[in-house]
Design a protein around this ligand. Structure first.
Ligand SMILES: [Zn+2]
Length: 137
């Protein structure tokens, strides 16, 4: 996915540094912007949201398409899913991702990274230091 990576770099360089600074408080995740074209649903601000979440787009794509039980792929800075979905529906799935893979279950803050040790995945929280086992996406 070389194209995707270079796209990500380019998109990142266009976002002000402040967007990456975590205040330690709740972060602001933009609402999902989604349009339906024919039998496809296009998540228009996918790129923007993965920047805020600081997670790989591929992982979020895998989770969301799995939850929607459909196929998804990247087109430019958008994510496209087969089938007709609503912004609310995709937003609910995204919320589940954030609860499972971004928010620290101990302190509720989003200052986390995912680490892997042997075959186990952990959510490391830089705010409170908690390490929580998670299931891989
Ligand atoms: Zn924490």
């Amino acid at each position: 996915m070389d194209d995707y990576d270079s796209l990500l770099d380019r998109a990142r360089s266009q976002i002000p540094e402040d967007a990456f600074k975590k205040s330690g408080e709740r972060f602001q995740v933009p609402d999902v912007q989604l349009i339906v074209q024919g039998n496809r649903s296009i998540w228009q601000n996918f790129q923007e949201i993965i920047m805020v979440l600081n997670r790989p787009g591929k992982e979020i794509m895998k989770f969301v398409s799995g939850q929607l039980a459909t196929a998804g792929n990247f087109e430019g800075s958008t994510a496209v899913f087969q089938g007709r979905f609503t912004a609310e529906g995709v937003g609910d799935v995204l919320k589940r991702y954030i609860e499972a893979y971004v928010t620290c279950p101990v302190c509720g803050r989003p200052d986390t990274t995912i680490g892997k040790e042997k075959n186990a995945y952990y959510l490391h929280c830089s705010a409170c230091g908690a390490r929580t086992a998670i299931r891989p996406v």
